[in-house]
Design a protein around this ligand. Structure first.
Ligand code: IVH
Length: 672
């Protein structure tokens, strides 16, 4: 029987280890072992349990997935109802709530806890003797659905909690789908021809309310716990803040962003900051919940109907709105692509008036069944171009018109073609003026030659005044030329000329990108600049040679060869050379040396820095030839983490991107 004891001990030890690593990975976002190592341990446990089924317990890490599908969900009565929150939409409304609360309490001396309001769905989890016993939806607040088997598949929900927990208690939190998971899920659904989810909340709710837990298990659901429902048999802390600490110590995932605020002004400051930062959060959030911290005060305040007086949701400016799609316009891009865009009845979304939105291509318009005249849902996220989510089909009158791409270019009238393998329609006229102008705009842009002051409007003005016809003409502009334009001041003209001059020294990678060779984006431009030392050597490369480069496919190789095969493009290179634009990796000994120490490196910033504002830090990186992006991906070289970082830090660690602090960043800049 010694053997038996040995097995039992091994099983227990494996469970403990697996639970610990599960917690490191899913709750703390700080794994200590690799996925393979984890899987190996899990497999060993599975094997032992298979051979000794009597040792299986409900909280074993092997038991997350595996329950059979059900016909319907059972009902769970909530012992303490799940309340909802009243809303404040303006600073005045928050102030009014603050005043009511102080009046009610008879003091203005109270602290609050500010928390992001997570856009997911509320769940109540009951633990009995340390083990997850039931998990329920909110339902009508009094009775919810029993979704225990589905919630067990959410890896950040502990199946058992450490010692020291009350014998029976219920925690409450929000189950949600991270933005990245939502995007992937919809991409997968699009590929399978399934209807898309309108937003992460619908996707989360659809995922959790699956009758088959195996489907729920495939969705990357997460939880953030925001409170205690009830507890038996222990004395509890006296504040919400302390309570959250206790829940965290029991192994629940709480929100690291929660912040104490002891005055209205402090709460307002937290809100202002979050409005700026929330695009970086991993979850969707539509507001900030403000909760009175003292639990005694919460009791004293009580609730009106289903809404507690002790909390309020201060909504963030809406990012979705509805409006009418008046028409669909067409822009001709620099590669001749016909890009449809939505012309909208102007509408306020998140404090910004929107009258245009992106519509990617014809297929996309048809897939979403968007028709001219439709009432459409539009969505704005941060600074990105607003997008159309879809039509509100219930509001159709029958007057709506389906859209189809024109057969001739709206700018030059030439034929339009759509290659079988692509989703875009293209104008076939390489000399189409729309293309020429777009190429110029692209060339001067921030990620390309970065000519300060020569923005899209000015490019268009210079182009229509026929002062420039191609990108090389920019380097032959004089101050007198610029002064011919309306409202051009002496000083700005001088600045622009000087910006044009300094752009002559940009690194080769930028020039390659700026030329706008179809399919050659920034990443490929960098790769080519590392492989070829000048435009001339790149222009001389054959398709085979290019295609043999790692990660350059035949399509890109052909596109490069075709570009340099056009005499018009070779003339442009010649004009650039004569104007003194650097066309090679190395500078002539004579030209001034400007260090480009960050060339080829990509940075993402998160959190606040001491020495720099975000735009300053980004400008420094660009000055030294580096790049800045918003999203963490494997291609990012460094994530610079300031104070109160967002979710990017953990994403970076997941992907193995180097995470550095401000001091290290300064060293890279050469300032440290
Ligand atoms: S507190 C009174 N805190 O918002 C207590 N709720 O409109 C209400 N929610 O049903 C819950 N994040 O689903 C609270 N940090 C948070 C929250 C949060 C999201 C949801 C929750 C609730 C709804 C109330």
């Amino acid at each position: 029987m010694n053997e038996r004891r040995h097995i039992r001990e091994r099983v227990e030890s494996l469970r403990k280890t697996l639970n610990y690593h599960n917690y490191r990975y899913y709750v703390l976002d700080a794994p200590e072992i690799s996925d393979e190592q984890y899987d190996r341990l899990l497999e060993e446990l599975r094997q032992l349990e298979h051979e000794n089924p009597d040792l299986i317990t409900s909280d074993s890490p092997t038991q997350r997935v595996g329950a059979a599908p059900v016909e319907t969900f059972g009902v769970i009565e909530h012992r303490v109802p799940l309340l909802s929150l009243s809303n404040a939409f303006t600073a005045d409304e928050l102030r009014a709530w603050w005043k009511r609360t102080s009046d009610h309490l008879g003091t203005s001396e109270f602290a609050t806890v500010c928390e992001p309001k997570i856009d997911g769905l509320a769940v109540a989890l009951t633990y009995i003797n340390g083990r997850l016993s039931t998990g329920a939806t909110r339902g009508d607040g009094f009775r919810g659905e029993d979704i225990t088997q589905n919630l067990r598949t959410v890896r950040s929900i502990p199946l058992s909690v450490s010692g020291g927990a009350p014998p029976r208690f219920e925690v409450r939190g929000e189950v949600y789908l991270p933005k990245s998971g939502f995007k992937k899920l919809n991409e997968r659904r699009a590929a399978q021809g399934l209807p898309l989810f309108a937003n992460p909340r619908n996707a989360a709710s659809g995922s959790v309310r699956q009758l088959d837990p195996a489907i729920t298990a495939e969705r990357p659901l997460d939880i953030i716990v925001y409170g205690l429902g009830w507890a038996e048999g222990t004395s509890l802390p006296s504040t919400h803040w302390e309570m959250m600490k206790v829940l965290r110590s029991l192994g629940f995932k709480t929100n690291p962003l929660i912040t104490l605020a002891s005055s209205l002004e402090e709460a307002q400051r937290v809100y202002d900051r979050w409005v700026q930062q929330r695009d970086d959060w991993r979850f969707e959030s539509d507001g900030m919940v403000v909760k009175v911290d003292s639990l005694r005060m919460q009791d004293e305040l009580g609730s009106v109907g289903r809404e507690p007086r002790w909390a309020i949701a201060f909504k963030f400016p809406a990012v979705q709105g509805t409006t009418k799609l008046k028409d669909i316009g067409i822009n001709v891009g620099r590669t001749g692509s016909l890009n449809p865009y939505a012309i909208l009845e102007p509408v306020q979304v998140g404090g910004v008036v929107i009258s245009r939105a992106a519509l990617h291509n014809e297929e996309d318009i048809h897939r979403k069944d968007i028709r001219i005249g439709d009432t459409v849902i539009i969505q704005r996220a941060g600074d990105v171009i607003p997008e159309i989510v879809g039509p509100v089909t219930s509001l159709r009158t029958g007057e709506e018109r389906e859209f189809s791409m024109p057969m001739s270019c709206p700018v030059c009238g030439s034929d339009v073609q759509k290659p079988e393998s692509e989703a875009v329609h293209r104008c076939t006229n390489a000399a189409c003026p729309a293309q020429a102008l777009e190429r110029i705009k692209h060339f001067t842009g921030r990620d390309a030659m970065d000519i300060d002051g020569l923005g899209e409007k000015l490019c268009a003005a210079l182009f229509s005044a026929e002062l420039i016809k191609d990108v090389a003409d920019i380097y032959y502009l004089t101050k007198q030329d610029l002064l011919k334009l309306d409202r051009m001041a002496e000083k700005s003209a001088a600045n622009i000329i000087s910006a044009i001059r300094s752009s002559k020294e940009r690194p080769l990678s930028r020039l390659i990108f700026a030329l706008g060779i179809p399919h050659v984006g920034q990443e490929y431009a960098e790769l080519l600049a590392r492989r070829y030392e000048s435009i001339d050597s790149l222009a001389a490369a054959s398709t085979e040679e290019l295609a043999s480069l790692h990660s350059i496919g035949p399509k890109i190789a052909e596109s490069i060869v075709a570009f340099f095969g056009q005499s018009r493009n070779l003339e442009i290179m010649q004009k650039l050379r004569q104007a003194g634009v650097r066309l090679s990796r190395h500078r002539d000994a004579a030209s001034p040396v400007k260090t480009q120490s960050l060339d080829g490196l990509t940075f993402v910033f998160t959190g606040k820095m001491e020495r720099f504002s975000r735009p300053e830090a980004e400008a420094r990186v660009r000055e030294l030839g580096g790049r800045v992006t918003q999203d963490v991906s494997r291609r990012v070289s460094y994530l610079v983490m300031g104070d109160e970082p967002g979710s990017k830090a953990s994403r970076a660690r997941e992907l193995g991107v180097s995470v550095i602090d401000e001091a290290e960043f300064l060293r890279l800049l050469g300032d440290g």
